[in-house]
Ligand binder design. Structure first.
Ligand SMILES: Cc1ncc(COP(=O)(O)O)c(C=O)c1O
Length: 415
């Protein structure tokens, strides 16, 4: 018995409808998903009713190392015996150690600045690009999502900007992904501070960059004096099989933004990893930007443990194994439903499963939920299911997952 069994699920749903997020709660109920999370362990979680779900949503990589990873909980618990959030004005052993680890993990980088949310870190990267160049214009990709905060929401799709009267400013230019010509035209005015892109755009359904596209964008940035910001919130931290996916495409960015998984799913912490050019404001006026919770010492302790786990040979080997093992299994399922399950997009355990029909991944999500798998559709392309298995998943887990996928996808194909 755990404490969750005593909770009245219907009361939680009523309270959520009344005073948490009415629209979101209703949206899930309308889709037949009345989930209220209770127990969670590894790559499973349970509804308060007891229904068990295999988690391949993992909140965009937040739970890459599993829910309530015991090593991360131990690191947090140990740190809490001596540390707290710390004073954001002073250097600290944990902040310094994490900055060293992060910069050493990313060739060309010299500094790491912390935040507590991904959007906050994106805003900091965009501000840093403006400070470094003295330019205001920011170029991003159509149908992207970089977060909910002031600058970040302006870079993103209208779906998230318009409700808050953002996204219309001439300071923000959007170009189609995989279109180097459009990027060249946008940069040709020589007035852009930066280009910000996810290495593989998650909310757009993990569309893979075409050969040569990302290096071409980087070369254009260099030619026109703009910085290149790699949003690796969903693609970084070993999900591609390397610490940062961007280097695998032959690009050395000026900044990398990391969030979600850096927290180990336990304590929020995010970072912008910068080269000297991007960090120009730090040399001029280090107090120009600050955040009370950014780089909290407890968060640093957690992130240091996350990086230690990620750097292990066994972790890299497991990512390689499950990437190809799941690919093999998914190809077999696809071969059974070729008209419906039309494509597998993949780099490591970053995967998008594309189905026929505009909203098809919503149906797949519902059927998988019934079958005991939680994976979410891509909000900016609901024909793609985001498929994000955890880095430490076992072969047995993958077998169970593939069995349930085959069933759920079969059910959706038959509708
Ligand atoms: C690619 C990407 N960038 C930035 C963010 C914003 O992160 P956060 O929700 O922590 O503010 C997200 C969140 O989903 C994301 O997927």
């Amino acid at each position: 018995m755990d404490n969750f069994s005593a909770i009245d699920k219907q009361q939680v749903l009523r309270d959520s409808l009344a005073c948490w997020n009415t629209g979101k709660t209703q949206e899930w109920l309308d889709l037949g998903i009345d989930m209220v999370m209770g127990r969670r362990e590894g790559y499973y979680f349970w509804d308060l009713d007891g229904k068990r779900l295999m988690d391949v949503h993992i909140n965009g990589g937040t739970f890459s190392l599993g829910h309530r990873n015991p090593e991360i909980i131990a690191a947090l618990t140990e740190a809490a015996t001596q540390y707290d959030i710390g004073n954001h004005h002073f250097p600290s052993p944990l902040k310094a150690a994490l900055a060293r680890e992060l910069t050493e993990s990313a060739p060309g980088m010299t500094h790491a600045v912390y935040g507590s949310g991904g959007g906050e870190a994106i805003d900091l990267a965009l501000k840093s690009a403006r400070a470094a160049t003295g330019r205001r214009r920011i170029i991003s990709i159509q149908n992207c999502y970089h977060g909910h905060t002031g600058l970040a929401v302006n870079t993103g799709a209208a779906r998230f900007a318009q409700p808050f009267l953002a996204g219309e400013s001439a300071e923000f230019t959007k170009v189609p992904f995989n279109d180097a010509g459009a990027m060249a035209a946008a940069l040709s005015l020589n007035d852009a501070a930066c280009v910000i892109m996810e290495t593989i755009p998650a909310t757009y359904g993990f569309v893979m960059p075409e050969d040569g596209y990302l290096p071409a964008v980087k070369a254009l940035c260099e030619k026109h004096g703009a910085l290149y910001i790699a949003d690796e919130v969903q693609t970084g931290l070993m999900r591609s099989g390397d610490m940062w996916a961007i280097y695998g495409y032959g690009v050395r960015p000026d900044m990398i933004v990391t969030a979600k998984g850096l927290s180990g799913g336990i304590y929020p912490i995010t970072a912008v990893i910068m080269n000297d050019r991007a960090a120009s404001w730090i040399f001029r006026d280090g107090s120009a930007h600050m955040a009370t919770f950014g780089g909290s010492e407890l968060g640093c302790a957690v992130a240091l443990k996350v990086l230690e786990i990620l750097r292990r040979d066994s972790t890299r080997a497991n990512v390689e194994f499950i990437s190809s093992y799941l690919r093999g299994g998914l190809e077999k399922i696809r071969a059974r439903y070729p008209e419906f399950f039309v494509r597998i997009r993949q780099n490591g355990v970053i995967m998008g499963l594309k189905f026929a029909g505009d909203e098809s991944a919503v149906t797949v999500m519902q059927q998988l939920y019934e079958a005991g798998v939680w994976g979410i559709y891509s909000m900016l392309d609901p024909s793609v299911l985001q498929f994000k298995p955890g880095l430490l998943a076992t072969r047995e887990y993958c077998d169970e997952l593939l069995e349930k996928l085959e069933f759920g996808i079969g059910q959706a194909a038959a509708l």
